[in-house]
Design a protein around this ligand. Structure first.
Ligand code: SF4
Ligand code: SF4
Ligand code: SF4
Length: 781
């Protein structure tokens, strides 16, 4: 179904009420439905449509709140103290307030992707026209699974995506309104609304990525997407260097086009950070990926960039000041981040270049993507010789400055990762930067230490310099983002996933707010790749797992294939490509199990929840977008694990394994209600350590519908990881073994002995055709 503009122009019309001349009638758009799949029950759901489904999940996975702040200061009644059982002046409780903050975070995240999608779509429609056909993956009929599922439409052209985005925008306004003082008062309803925001986010992300894949020639779901380079060492510093940061690739596309048209790739290097880097490399593999967003400050302080281009999201808001320190002008390209810079959109390019090169302005705002390329490239070429004299912090200067440290510990107190900076600075003052170099990989580049330091020591530069001396100029191979999982891949592995022969899908997503550095992401990925899970990655996580080489000099992208199959490692792409991860789960239900997709959210979510052993891990989750991405997974029944900093999202969604009554599930064949065990045990879990995350991931892949063979495979990984990382057998196996055949063959005696001691009885836990939806029961008992 798509809506079409209707415009009638009639020179003269005679009717019973008279004669009309020069008649021009416009009727917005009319519905043109040519999709033969019947419409499901919930097309374009509003806030309350899926409330019952959400409540089923939230009854099982009760919010566990971890307030960061006991006060509310959202309106002028406040500040209101919400400690204990106190209520705010508006009557709100602490639980509702925490959920309200979660909802707001999810609304911000979803709005950010939606605004990004709108900007991208409007621009690409201008360039390619509304009738440009969508084509996002080879061997694929089910394009836009999130949009089909949620909206009940089957987009075929850019025009059709407008309908989806109109809907998302409208719903986000409605959701944000519910957070106003004196509206919603129930924490579970706030949680349900947060789920709604997350679901909308996946539609918005899908729209954004479909637009760019279809028009910009990105890889279309291919396993062998081209390799490019990542790392400081990938940048050829003998050329003029352009640094692009953010998430919206359109300005970068113009830069690359300008370089191609003017044959300047030999003289100019383009490298990016964060998702713009992913999408640049999807556009042209000559564009380098410098690294994740946490390297932003480090890269600027290295002095390498000759010009800095920012688009939107996750930028350092002090980027103009930082770029000034190295004499590099900043070009802002989005209304969302104008950074106080003068708007030069309509000025002649050469005039803008002159002003930047002569330092008459620290940067400019250019809101027309088609003008960015020329200005940026010309500026970079002119800045390069001017900046030759720039010197990054020298080792002598570092040691001299380190000697001024007052030993006040403020830097350590300010550091979110509690890094032992003071001792490292003291050691540097004595001439050894080894301790600084050792800390550097665990630094997330936030510069809170610098802000706290009374001596104004440039501590991030200290770390960068020390690490540089230790050979942090490497480059690594990375497969560029491939985009969606194809229908053919789903057909081939759907059975293995649903029946458990493939132990699970692990999706490594999100930002770079790691507790102990990005290499942990590679550890997680490799653990599960070796175990023949399917590992998907996006955003900064997809970059970080490229950064570790083995003794043969190979990294994970070089060791594991890029296809959606057991032991495959897929770089799906940028943040907006996360929609393809939920899209793959949805397609398993639709393509493999033939469940109707159209406007049929509950049934598909019920299928994914009970059958598809997928787990998301956002080890460095930081942004509001990460919150809304996770929230979209929760509503679809996909559990998400975050790292220790993820606790600052203020609440987890935890199941109670000890409460049998929480895990009663319907058998779709009979309507009988049976205990299925706590699978998956949690929906949102914040792990303290890497080891805890890995063991929990294996556990959360279990689903009620696992076959005995599948459950045995999953249990063997759970037990093995538990033994490896905790040195002991898990003490909850009796909750996961349904029948003897579930027990991994090689561990039979040991496991049966343990669970029988716990009072386990065969058959107490159900093996059934599970559903949480009464309407899915085929024959009532
Ligand atoms: S929104 Fe409610 S709790 Fe918050 S400051 Fe206003 S009255 Fe107090
Ligand atoms: S920049 Fe690095 S060392 Fe400094 S506070 Fe942040 S994480 Fe800690
Ligand atoms: S905050 Fe600055 S002065 Fe204080 S211990 Fe850290 S480096 Fe030294």
């Amino acid at each position: 179904m798509s809506k079409k503009d209707l415009r009638l122009k009639i020179d003269e019309l005679s009717s019973s009420i008279g004669v009309f001349k020069g008649l021009d009638i416009q009727i917005g758009r009319i519905i043109d439905d040519e999709w033969d799949e019947p419409m499901g029950p919930t097309p374009f759901p509003s806030i309350g449509t899926l409330r019952d489904w959400d409540r089923k999940l939230l009854e099982r996975y009760k919010p566990f709140y971890m307030p960061l702040c006991d006060l509310c200061c959202l309106c002028t009644f406040g500040k209101c103290d919400l400690t204990g059982d106190k209520k705010g002046a508006c009557g709100i409780t602490m639980a509702a307030q925490q959920s309200r903050i979660v909802l707001l975070a999810c609304c911000i995240g979803a709005s950010t992707h939606c605004a990004h999608a709108r900007h991208m779509m409007d621009h690409l429609i201008e360039v390619y026209g509304r009738d440009h056909v969508l084509d996002i993956a080879i061997n694929t009929n089910v394009q836009a699974p999130n949009t089909r599922l949620v909206c009940g439409i089957r987009p075929k052209t850019l025009r059709d995506l407008e309908d989806a985005l109109d809907y998302v925008e409208t719903q986000l306004v409605q959701l944000t309104a519910t957070a106003h003082t004196g509206q919603e008062g129930d924490n579970i309803d706030f949680e349900s609304k947060a789920f709604h925001a997350g679901m909308l986010d996946h539609v918005a992300m899908e729209v954004a990525d479909m637009c760019q894949i279809s028009t910009l020639g990105f890889p279309k779901g291919v396993a062998d997407a081209p390799m490019t380079e990542i790392g400081f060492g990938s940048i050829d510093t003998s050329k003029a260097v352009i640094m692009c940061i953010g998430h919206n690739v359109l300005p970068s596309v113009d830069i690359i086009d300008y370089l191609m048209e003017n044959k300047l790739f030999e003289e100019v290097e383009v490298g990016g950070l964060c998702c713009t880097a992913h999408d640049q490399s999807r556009y042209d593999k000559r564009a380098k990926i410098v690294g994740p967003i946490s390297w932003q400050l480090r890269y600027i302080r290295s002095g390498i960039p000759d010009v800095v281009v920012v688009d939107e999201q996750c930028l350092r808001t002090d980027i103009v000041d930082e770029a000034q320190k190295i004499g590099a002008p900043v070009i802002a390209t989005s209304e969302k981040s104008m950074l106080g810079l003068p708007n030069r959109t309509h000025d002649p390019p050469d005039e803008i270049v002159d002003d930047l090169v002569e330092g008459r302005t620290p940067g400019v705002l250019i809101l027309e993507p088609d003008k960015v390329g020329e200005v940026v490239v010309k500026t970079a070429l002119k800045m390069k010789p001017k900046r030759m004299g720039f010197k990054a912090l020298s080792m002598e200067k570092l040691i001299e400055l380190a000697a001024t440290c007052r030993s006040c510990m403020e830097c350590v107190r300010a550091c979110p990762n509690n890094l032992p900076l003071m001792d490292a600075v003291k050691a540097a003052a004595e001439g050894s930067v080894d301790a600084l170099a050792k800390i550097q990989p665990m630094c997330v580049g936030c510069a809170r230490c610098e802000s706290a330091c009374p001596q104004k020591l440039p501590l991030v530069s200290f770390l960068t310099k020390a690490a540089d001396e230790k050979g942090m100029t490497d480059s690594f191979a990375i497969r560029v983002g491939r985009g969606a999982v194809t229908d053919v891949e789903i057909r081939e592995v759907g059975r293995g996933i649903v029946f458990g022969e493939i132990p699970g899908i692990v999706a490594l997503v999100g930002c770079a707010n790691y507790p102990r550095g990005g290499l942990e992401v590679a550890d997680i990925a490799e653990e599960f790749l070796k175990r023949r899970f399917i590992v998907l990655a996006t955003g900064c996580a997809a970059m970080d797992l490229a950064l570790r080489k083995d003794e043969d000099g190979l990294n994970l992208y070089e060791k594991y294939p890029g296809n959606f199959d057991a032991g495959g490692l897929l770089n799906i792409g940028s943040c907006v490509s996360n929609a393809h991860i939920t899209g793959a789960a949805i397609k398993i239900a639709n393509i493999f199990a033939k469940r109707p997709l159209r406007g049929n959210y509950e049934e598909i979510a019920d299928y994914v929840y009970n059958r598809v052993g997928a787990v998301g891990i956002a080890w460095g989750a930081m942004s509001q977008k990460a919150a809304s991405i996770a929230s979209g997974c929760w509503r679809l029944g996909i559990p998400v694990i975050v790292g220790p900093h993820g606790a600052k999202y203020r609440r987890n969604l935890l199941g109670r394994a000890d409460k049998e009554e929480d895990w009663m599930t319907l058998d779709a064949r009979t309507g009988e209600e049976k205990y299925v065990g706590p699978v998956p045990e949690h929906l949102f879990y914040s792990a303290e350590t890497l080891e805890e995350a890995m063991v929990m991931t294996a556990k959360l892949t279990m689903r009620p519908n696992d076959t005995t063979k599948g459950r045995a495979v999953k249990l063997s990984h759970y037990i093995d990881l538990h033994k490896t990382y905790y040195g002991a057998m898990p003490d909850d196996l009796h909750l996961y073994v349904r029948v003897e055949a579930d027990v991994p063959f090689t561990m039979k005696e040991e496991v049966l002995g343990i669970i029988k001691d716990k009072g386990w009885e065969e058959g107490k836990i159900g093996l059934l055709d599970p559903t949480l939806l009464d309407r899915m029961v085929r024959r009532k008992s």
